[in-house]
Design a protein around this ligand. Structure first.
Ligand SMILES: [Fe+2]
Length: 354
């Protein structure tokens, strides 16, 4: 952070507030070269936001019509799912895309046919295919052309990611979880995960786009099912200076990650997506599956860069060993940040389910 402070003329009051905020944000993260680089990026972002939108950093009053949480305390994710929960309903098109992906005999035409059944999905895929995410020389104006140019894996991943995001709808009444922030976090995590996987030389890196979109599904279900519980968790995390995961473990004894894993498993999603969601806060538990580790790192980075959910101003822990195992240096990643930020905004603009 010091370099940033020395080389730019900053408003001293805002600078102090931003330094304090970033220090608290990283209070649970161990010191390392990568963390220091991320802190610098976070500082730039927080300082800019504090100038443009200082209200974002003021303590928010407790929403008047959300009562205190009175339990009962669920014993486990399965127990929680037995209570009255708001579970997104699976759209038919999502099931059909999965069927095409899982069938080794499927062709690009089969995928285009499924996408063509849903006009909103067609529009999103065409806009994505024509976006900065890909730099095709010609305009992509049909689904079959998009599938041909993108390739089966990339096209199916975009289709699945697009439909996955549409699972998370804004509910009526008070928002404890701000769904726009949730969408942006999901997209940011997906884009960053895909970029890290590419840099790490992991094959089929496009699958991380979907994994990022879905990794916090358990959090969405907790906060949309029981706003009082969501608020209680967020307040506990703030009071203790912890991340939300710690508050969940303290209050419930299980986390949104474990819950997300159970939900995706119940829906028969591919194992890599189930594991990514279930272990994204403790990726060592999924040692044999690098996907959870990539999502863990991408989730941390996305929140450090400001694509957070606004539920706790502390990032939690980054597993350095997992991060180092991908062989992606901090510099390699930091160089990509401006491009990644443009991409996240563009994809948000295209996929925003509102
Ligand atoms: Fe999470």
């Amino acid at each position: 952070m010091q370099e940033v402070e020395q080389t730019t003329t900053l408003n001293p009051q805002v600078k102090d507030a931003a330094v304090k905020y970033v220090k608290h944000l990283f209070s649970q993260a161990d010191d390392s070269d990568f963390i220091r680089l991320l802190k610098k990026e976070a500082f730039k972002n927080v300082y800019k936001k504090m100038i443009v939108d200082p209200d974002e950093f003021l303590p928010q009053p407790r929403p008047a019509d959300v009562g205190p949480w009175e339990g009962p305390k669920p014993e486990s994710p399965k127990d929680f799912l037995k209570s009255k929960v708001v579970l997104p309903s699976l759209p038919q098109v999502l099931l059909e895309i999965q069927k095409v992906i899982n069938d080794p005999d499927s062709s690009a035409d089969d995928l285009a046919e499924v996408i063509n059944k849903d006009p909103k999905l067609v529009a999103a895929i065409l806009r994505l295919a024509n976006s900065a995410m890909f730099s095709f020389r010609t305009e992509v104006d049909t689904t079959s052309r998009a599938v041909a140019l993108l390739g089966f894996k990339q096209a199916s991943s975009l289709a699945l990611g697009t439909v996955s995001l549409s699972l998370f709808k804004r509910s009526d009444g008070v928002q404890v979880l701000q769904v726009e922030k949730f969408w942006k976090h999901a997209i940011a995590c997906g884009v960053i995960a895909q970029e890290i996987a590419k840099l790490a030389g992991i094959q089929d890196s496009e699958r991380f786009f979907v994994a990022g979109m879905l990794h916090d599904i358990g959090l969405y279900v907790i906060f949309e099912s029981n706003k009082s519980l969501g608020l209680e968790l967020s307040e506990l995390a703030r009071k203790n200076g912890n991340c939300l995961y710690d508050a969940e473990m303290e209050l419930l004894g299980f986390s949104h990650a474990a819950l997300g894993g159970v939900i995706l498993k119940d829906w028969s999603f591919p194992k890599s997506l189930v594991v990514s969601a279930a272990a994204h806060h403790n990726p060592k538990k999924a040692k044999k599956d690098p996907d959870a580790g990539i999502i863990h790192v991408a989730d941390f980075i996305s929140r450090a860069l400001g694509y957070h959910l606004g539920l706790s101003p502390v990032l939690g822990v980054l597993d350095q060993e997992i991060y180092e195992s991908f062989g992606v240096s901090g510099e390699m990643f930091v160089d990509m940040i401006p491009e990644v930020q443009v991409l996240i905004e563009e994809i948000f603009e295209i996929l925003n389910p509102a």
